[in-house]
Unconditional design. Structure first.
Length: 122
């Protein structure tokens, strides 16, 4: 994209380049996280739309992505009566997957598969 600017002599316009906006696709970043989670043996689903993507990992573990960062719930602050979140830059899905894996393991211990689901996957 270019625009015209008036040159120093005000008679001859000069052209300058306007930098293009760099947009980051949240769905693409979320998909990269999903693939990175597979390396840890975690199967997840990606849901994308309206400028936000969700990676559904486990009961109580959904990772949101806006293209710039991933964030997920890590617990509850009873004193403040609100959820506590962790976040990681979306430019590093491999390391984010490693961090999400720690939370996944915690939740698997407290929320195992139901008998019905466990039987159907066996």
């Amino acid at each position: 994209m270019t625009s015209l600017e008036t040159g120093p002599d005000l008679q001859h316009p000069t052209r300058r380049t306007i930098p293009a906006l760099i947009t980051v696709d949240p769905g693409r970043r979320a998909e990269l996280l999903r693939v990175a989670l597979e390396k840890y043996g975690i199967v997840a689903d990606v849901h994308d739309g309206y400028g936000l993507a969700l990676v559904s990992v486990w009961v109580g573990l959904v990772v949101w992505c806006d293209g710039d960062r991933f964030w997920w719930r890590t617990g509850w602050d009873a004193r403040r009566r609100r959820f506590v979140y962790a976040w990681h830059p979306a430019t590093d899905p491999d390391r984010a997957a490693r961090r999400v894996t720690f939370r996944y393991r915690e939740l698997r211990e407290t929320h195992p598969l139901s008998e019905l689901i466990a039987e159907s996957t066996a």
